[in-house]
Write a protein that binds this ligand. Sequence first.
Ligand code: SF4
Length: 336
Amino acid sequence: MKEKRAIALFSGGLDSILSCRLMADQGVDVRAVTFVSPFFGYELLARQAGHCHKIKEKYGINLTLVDISDAYMAMLRNPAHGYGKHFNPCLDCKIFMMTKAREMMAELKASFIISGEVVGQRPMSQRRDALRVVERESGCEGILLRPLCAQRLEATPMELTGLVDRERLAGLSGRGRGGQMAMAARFGFDDYPTPAGGCILTDPIVSRRIKAYYAEHERVSAADMRLLMVGRQFRLPMGGWLVIGRKESENSILDTLRQPGDRCLVLKDRPGPTGVLRYLKSPADLVTAAALVVRYAKKDIHGHPQPGVVLCLEGEETVEIDIGERDVRETQALTA
Ligand code: SF4
């Protein structure tokens, strides 16, 4: 008899929760995995233990996070099936994650994989033919079960051999959420995530930035990808890269994204935005960056930027930069 253990691809959305619960209710030992990259789920890494504990408490699901950043970023440069509307390589993304899950099977002693996909739910990656492509190209034919729509698909070996009871799987399809809501109510879940975008690669503005970055750079890093997703972005004349927070929450995020070698810029005597300056090569860029921080700080009553001193922090060192009206004026071209 095969092990009744499955790896679940777990996005954290309702569908993935329900597919795990459907299996657990049949006595399958479900090991859920959330793959994270700078484009989805990365912030969970900082609170991994607490997050996994919460999922266990709320839904009774054993969860592990797996960071796939480097390999995922490499795939994103040239996905075999191309991109969706933005820079989202949905089909290749699914194939990539299924492949990773398959590679983890031996280690976890799992005999099959489950996913929360529902046939016809998403235009690109969940059409019936797309589901088959994912299965085939990830090497998961015969070992992948989609519990939420299984009754609408051909029976898998797991069902045919009796490892899983097909009668107790679901037959959902399409974009409606009614079936999922009813199922959630049956399981007694009244507090679950709403269907979320979740993936920044489908965001029209940020995905354009990421695409442009890929076009300009042969190598990409998770740290750079994460910095691309926040605040106002500036390419400075001498090659520096400045990001300025637009609100308090972005200033806090920027604080967490600083890397060794980055400069952090803040006003000395009054509150204002945080700037993170990366890849500084010339002192001229440092002055420009400080002037931009002043420019986006609170204006005077006439709506003009107020000159001031900007602190530049790097490691243990702090440098003061005095910014006058002229310095601020000279940033005009960069903000146009
Ligand atoms: S939306 Fe993002 S995470 Fe979801 S399949 Fe597409 S690329 Fe992957």
